[in-house]
Design a protein around this ligand. Structure first.
Ligand code: SF4
Length: 207
């Protein structure tokens, strides 16, 4: 049966295809495959901190072997460096090389057309869309089908519904400032995981 939920998933899926197509064109121009481009983007978002191969595989929902092949290709191209992990001498962290960082900085332009399309919506429509998508992500995280995020809603500094202002009800304890829904982050470098009970309460704050 064609329900509203199936039409929403169909729309998200089609948007995902268009975004992948943009990433594919970019990757081809840069002599990369799409997985390699996504790995550069992940490493860029986590810089200067290094990441483990297993984390990359989880974020991309691919096998450790596939992630390893893609990383090996990036190392061979001089875009990624393997460095002994500071917290475990037997482990290896992945970092961008200087050239890899330059390529990663160009990746945002690959899907800039989608950013421009969303930016044409009213601020209220953007806020409602973001809130709805965050709720879907929260539901998917309950089923462990969504990779780990450094999102406000899983952060120990997030204080839900602390303010009476309907436009900015939440609060970031680290910044000491209100958090409008439109400013909720999905990948914040200052994120510190909240305990599981608090995380459930945080995600419920959007319902
Ligand atoms: S520290 Fe970052 S992730 Fe945590 S609540 Fe503040 S803005 Fe959100």
């Amino acid at each position: 049966m064609d329900t509203t939920s199936t039409r929403i998933i169909s729309a998200i899926s089609r948007i995902g295809s268009v975004l992948r197509s943009g990433m594919w064109e970019f990757a081809t121009r840069e002599n990369l495959n799409p997985a390699q481009a996504e790995i550069l983007q992940l490493l860029h978002n986590r810089a200067p901190q290094g990441v483990r191969l297993s984390w990359v595989a989880r974020q991309l929902s691919i096998s450790a072997a596939s992630a390893s092949d893609s990383v090996a290709a990036l190392v061979a191209k001089g875009l990624v460096r393997k460095v002994r992990a500071l917290d475990d001498g037997r482990a290896t962290d992945l970092h961008l090389s200087d050239e890899g960082r330059l390529v990663a900085e160009r990746i945002a332009g690959a899907t800039g057309f989608a950013d421009e399309a969303v930016a044409t919506l009213s601020p209220q429509a953007q806020q409602q869309l973001l809130g709805g998508l965050l709720q879907v992500i929260g539901q998917l995280q309950k089923t462990e089908r969504f990779p780990e995020l450094r999102a406000c809603l899983s952060c120990k500094y997030f204080q839900p519904n602390r303010h009476a202002d309907a436009a900015a009800p939440h609060h970031c304890g680290l910044m000491g400032a209100p958090l409008p829904v439109a400013m909720l982050r999905l990948d914040c470098p200052e994120h510190e995981p909240a305990d599981p009970v608090q995380q459930v309460k945080n995600w419920q704050a959007l319902v």
